[in-house]
Design a protein around this ligand. Structure first.
Ligand code: CP
Ligand code: NVA
Length: 304
């Protein structure tokens, strides 16, 4: 098992399975009303440099439910905003805390934390990856589709942090993943190359959303402009218009397709109100599963 959770390409298939099994068990226990205090006396720091509703709240609730304490640290209120080096911050926070969930811009910052920290570092989203989200989303797929083998999974939209984490997961788990992204907004070539070198997973990239969605069991999308790209939204709207997940596009998918979106969603942009609120949408289950998956991640990484 990995020490830190920085990117899904660091995980083995067994690591994924440990997270899935543990999350399912912790979800079952919570539904039964059984308390489970495996992290009593532990403190998780949450250093966030970008906004968050779900990831912050679910990590904080996860920590409380496991008997530990969450400590939210707004990055802009720390000395990092006055250029204190990451390597110093990482070593200091390691003396107070038992783990750190970090949401920031550059993956390099996260990697630098991991290099100098003596506690587990968890990626709560960077510009490059969103691993905890894709672990939670795979848990949703497993529970609703009874596994992930033989499923056709489509990604429609920006080749962004979420797409990159899906590619990483596909390579390790051998998923059948088709991504439809516009030219100029494709996933990073190095991430695709790394995935294809490492595995025989079927990872296909196209610019045609109909092609990617054809017979898909799972259709995933995300915002057209991620956090930090807001100024680019107007230009992107034009390019991404054919990539909207709407009823017409879903008509090409399998009849019992599930539609996923990590949220927050922009209705009328990447997804229509009709689809988001419609019978194929599983977005609320996805959000709930962040809690159960984050509990599993914290237990596996912090209880050691
Ligand atoms: N999906 C997700 O990460 O949501 P937040 O930005 O609200 O944490
Ligand atoms: N791609 C989005 C995900 C938000 C959870 C972003 O980075 O803003």
């Amino acid at each position: 098992m990995v020490t830190h959770l920085l990117r899904l390409s660091d995980l083995s298939k067994t690591d994924f399975e440990i997270f899935f099994d543990r999350a399912m068990e912790l979800k079952r226990r919570q539904k039964q009303g059984t308390t489970h205090r495996s992290l009593t006396g532990k403190t998780l720091g949450l250093v966030f440099d970008k906004p968050s509703t779900r990831t912050r709240a679910s990590f904080e609730a996860a920590m409380v439910q496991l008997g530990g304490t969450p400590l939210f640290i707004s990055a802009k209120d720390t000395q990092m905003s006055r250029a204190e080096p990451i390597k110093d911050t990482a070593r200091v926070l390691s003396r107070y805390l038992d783990g750190l969930a970090i949401r920031t811009f550059s993956q390099d910052v996260l990697d630098e934390f991991a290099r100098f920290a003596t506690i587990p570092i968890i990626n709560a989203l960077t510009d490059l990856y969103h691993p905890c989200q894709v672990l939670s989303d795979l848990l949703t797929v497993i529970q609703l589709k009874r596994g992930y083998a033989n499923l056709k999974i489509a990604w429609v939209g920006d080749g962004n942090n979420m797409a990159h984490s899906w590619i990483n997961a596909a390579a390790v788990l051998g998923l059948n993943l088709a991504l439809a992204c516009p030219q100029g907004y494709l996933p990073q070539e190095s991430i695709l190359d790394d995935a294809s070198q490492k595995s025989r997973a079927e990872i296909r990239l196209t610019t045609d959303p109909v092609d990617a969605v054809k017979d898909a069991d799972v259709v995933n999308t995300d915002v057209w402009a991620s956090m930090g790209q807001e100024n680019d939204l107007e230009a992107r709207k034009h390019v991404f218009e054919p990539y909207q997940v709407n009823t017409d596009l879903l008509g090409h998918a399998a009849k019992d397709v599930i539609v996923m979106h990590c949220l927050p969603a922009h209705r009328g942009e990447e997804i229509t109100e009709e689809v988001l609120e419609g019978p194929h949408s599983v977005v609320w289950d996805q959000s709930e599963n962040k809690l159960h998956m984050h509990k599993a991640i914290l237990e596996v990484l912090l209880a050691r």
